[in-house]
Design a protein around this ligand. Structure first.
Ligand code: GLU
Length: 441
């Protein structure tokens, strides 16, 4: 860590993600001198390569705009590079390095052969028209297409990149590459190679994982109150499944504030989340304007100020701080499953764990998204398309396997399960063993 601090002192998110993993694996690592001899950790913390490129496009006023684009190919020990693209004004190499690092372990947990990658741009989709989004995606692909391929690197969505953006990206990829293998991207439309249930998969998988965690602790989700953050694709999937399983979703949020829903979210509201995402306004207040009788909007507040049993961060890294964790606990929250990548700060995780709150980390909880991307790749490679039932069964199996891996590696001498350790050690052992077997490269 000291060496990385000296080298990458400015890259706060990246250092945070590495620190968490190294702390978790220290004991296991020291029991394997062969890992130390092959300098596995020193190699694993550095991405294989980072592509950086300029993306120039023309906005609706006819003005020329320039953004930066990136693809971080982090680790290919267990398969081709795989991970999403994030379009957000705050994107930096540090953010994408943290996400690519996390992705490497997450993908290892899925049981599928996928390496880790992440990419994106500091392009801000907020307030952009569909035509601007299309022109940006096309300009982004002008550079990205040379770096990717169905057996090399397979991007997908992340914050700011959903089905619409994947469509624009794929259209331009085809024109440039003259390759028509849809397996080069995942999260595609269902009529042109996309997997049924991929849009829902991150949220559905997160709730399946939460169910396993609760059952292991002798509890059930039925009738519990759930506060979640965000209203994008992940929050939408999580709200849908939470409601189906009999929980009551009582809060969603956005950068502008929190929208409380005391009687629980309705199907109409869940549908409206998609409209809000497509509008590019990024305002949760729109939900309160649409459903004034059933909701209460409070500007500047987070979902963590709402009394709930279960907290599900579904938006952005470090969105739940130590103070938020204290507020939740004071209000009676007893479970937090991180659905966003690194959604909780180290202080928040420490606060949850030292207060006996059931806590599980994003790389286990949200792995159903990329796992279903892996299932999409399998369908594309075999030129078939599975039914919703088939995909859902496989997603169930994968989330159960991830939970079992966390229990296997995370059960402590006193019997309690440290899901952070469990997920990190399980992912690390798989990647490290593969690296060892493939020699010094
Ligand atoms: N962006 C998602 C994640 O953080 C999905 C990546 C993918 O499907 O490749 O895992």
């Amino acid at each position: 860590m000291a060496k990385l601090q000296a080298k990458y002192g400015q890259e706060k998110e990246y250092l945070q993600a590495v620190q968490e993993v190294l702390e978790s694996i220290e004991e296991v690592y020291n029991q394997h001198p062969e890992f130390e001899k092959a300098k596995i950790v020193e190699r694993l913390v550095e991405p294989d390569r980072i592509f950086t490129f300029r993306v120039t496009w023309i906005d609706d006023k006819g003005e020329v705009q320039t953004n930066l684009g990136y693809r971080v190919q982090f680790n290919s020990a267990i398969g081709p590079y795989k991970g999403g693209l994030r379009f957000h004004k705050a994107v930096t190499p540090s953010m994408l390095k943290f996400l690519g690092f996390e992705q490497t372990f997450k993908n290892a947990l899925t049981t599928l052969p996928m390496g880790g990658a992440k990419g994106g741009s500091d392009f801000d989709p907020v307030g952009k028209s569909d035509a601007e989004i299309m022109r940006f995606c096309q300009a982004f692909m002008l550079e990205l297409w040379k770096c990717i391929g169905p057996d090399q690197d397979i991007p997908a969505g992340d914050v700011g990149v959903g089905g619409r953006e994947i469509g624009f990206l794929y259209g331009m990829y085809k024109k440039l590459a003259r390759e028509y293998n849809t397996g080069v991207l995942t999260g595609k439309g269902a009529t042109w190679g996309g997997s049924i249930l991929r849009p829902e998969a991150t949220g559905f998988g997160a709730l399946y994982f939460t169910q396993h965690l609760l059952h292991k602790a002798g509890k059930d989700i039925q009738g519990k109150t759930v506060a979640l953050s965000g209203f994008g694709n992940v929050a939408w999937g999580a709200a849908t499944k939470a409601k189906q399983l009999g929980a009551k979703v009582i809060a969603i949020s956005g950068p502008d504030g929190v929208c409380e829903i005391p009687a629980g979210i309705t199907d109409e509201m869940i549908d409206y989340m998609l409209v809000m995402r497509a509008s590019n306004r990024n305002k949760v207040e729109d939900m309160a304007v649409k459903f004034p009788q059933l909701t209460k909007f409070t500007p500047g507040k987070k979902s963590w100020s709402v009394k709930c049993d279960i907290a599900l961060p579904c938006a952005f890294q470090n969105e739940l701080t130590g103070d938020d964790a204290k507020e939740l606990i004071a209000n009676g929250t007893w479970c937090c499953c991180e659905v966003s990548n690194m959604g909780c700060t180290p202080e928040a995780i420490h606060t949850f764990q030292s207060n006996g709150i059931l806590f599980a980390p994003g790389k286990a909880v949200n792995a159903g998204g990329v796992a279903t991307s892996g299932l999409e790749m399998t369908q594309n490679a075999s030129h078939i398309s599975w039914s919703a039932q088939e995909v859902d069964d496989k997603l169930h199996f994968i989330m159960q396997s991830i939970h079992e891996a966390c229990v296997k590696y995370g059960t402590q001498p006193d019997g309690h399960i440290d899901y952070v350790k469990g997920a990190n050690i399980a992912g690390f052992m798989k990647v490290a063993t593969a690296m060892l077997e493939q020699g010094i490269i």
